[in-house]
Write a protein that binds this ligand. Sequence first.
Ligand code: DGJ
Length: 527
Amino acid sequence: MSISSLRRSLPMGFVLFFAWSAFAAEMPKLVKQDGRYAFLVDGKPFLILGAQINNSSAWPTSLPEVWPTIEAMHVNTVEAPVYWEQLEPQPGKFDFSNVDQLVKQARDHHVYLVLLWFGTWKNGKMHYVPAWVKTDPTRFPRVIDSHGEPIDVLSANAPANLEADKRAFVALIRHVREIDGDQHTVLLVQVENESGSLGSVRDFSAQAEKQFQAAVPAELLKALHKQPGTWKQVFGADADETFAAYSVSHYINEVAAAGKAEFGVPMYVNVWLKHPVGQVPGLHYPSGGPTHNMLDVWKAAAPAIDMIGPDIYTDESDLYRLALSTYHRPDNPCWVPETGGNDVDGKYFFYALGEGAIGFSPFGIDYTGWTITDAKPPAIHTENYALIGPMNREIARLNFEGKLKTAVEEDGHAQTSIDFGKWQATISFGYPQYDGGRIPPGTKDHHGRALVGQLSADEFLVTGVDTRVEFRPAPSASTHMQILRAEEGRYENDQWKFLRIWNGDQTDFGLNFTHQGKVVRVRLGTY
Ligand code: DGJ
């Protein structure tokens, strides 16, 4: 079933017409073609314009403070936690009321959902496990650190922990099938949250020690092209962390696989990132999580996990881009399940699109007062989603076909270029712009951003913010560019609607985009 709704008018004075299907007839899935990924919703590439609500906001009493932000920000998919302590308050007794409300209210608000399973791990700790687990360490063993002290992390090396988490997760996924198996409001499930252990590099309990002293499992050796031996013999100085990564990924794989046996919704894990230099596992980041140095271990040991998404919290562009490219691999799509919700983080959405992202999701998006204190949606993220939302399917399709490129302004780089082979585009940031090739001024906070999609050999979809886009033939060509037609239009229900032709001052020195959310399709020729 498809629902169209007229969304609120934008502050910049024009009205966008949004149409969201809150339900999909087909199971969502990830597909790969020619080395690129798409996330299919109803059989077509879909871009997740996500937002994650605050940790304690997935309660029915808090949801009224969630939806106004989600609507104002033009989000199409909400990420919301499911808490093990709430789902299974007593062993084997399940309470699905939070999940039921999430699914119902998401549908009422015409958005999709990503459910985040806060089970054994949440930010490298065990804070979301039920009290009956926390109070019974004999039955549910904790990680024992190298001094012999228990820490507040459940052990990945204890079968009883795995069985308890698995049973709860299976109950959750079975329930999702029952209430959503034909509608697919739930697009994805995140298994655990920022897994691994903070407080110890690995479990040093007697049980774990026995596993650590044994031979490395053959399937891991094969995947990593290593020779047989004990963990210490095979991995040397990295043995503790690698053992932890194998233990955690194997555990999470078992949880995910059991869930998938109930219902085949795509599943992923998120990552508390390890800084590229100088950080200690278990001290600066949860040891055993899918950090960049452990990605191959995770890929080998967790085949039931469809993708691994980095939680990227940095305002250093270089680090941001490094995280995007590190986690975008032939065996892993680019997916940003969490990122900063501030204005400085807004332009990174364009870097993610340029990296082929299937989705992007700022954190802390609700009006509970924890992250947003002025009851206003984050301005730049909102501007991005308002711009891209109406052409969601077109952008996702272009990216899947490798025909989308973006440019982002950086300090000291007010001009850059995008290369489409036969055609190139000069991208100039900031206004006023000058005619005749002078260097543009840039913007004060370097927020300029542009997107160019190739629709056919000589036709491009162009948009951006505080940017000018000028096309030219490749330097090797002995021809000149002429614009044959520059159409301003807008997407409605993902269909292009013509508004007017740009010419004269609107095209003579490039296509200009400020904060009005304009979109242009331009056909180029040569003479
Ligand atoms: C990352 C975690 O995954 C979230 O649940 C939340 O704790 C944020 N950090 C807070 O910045």
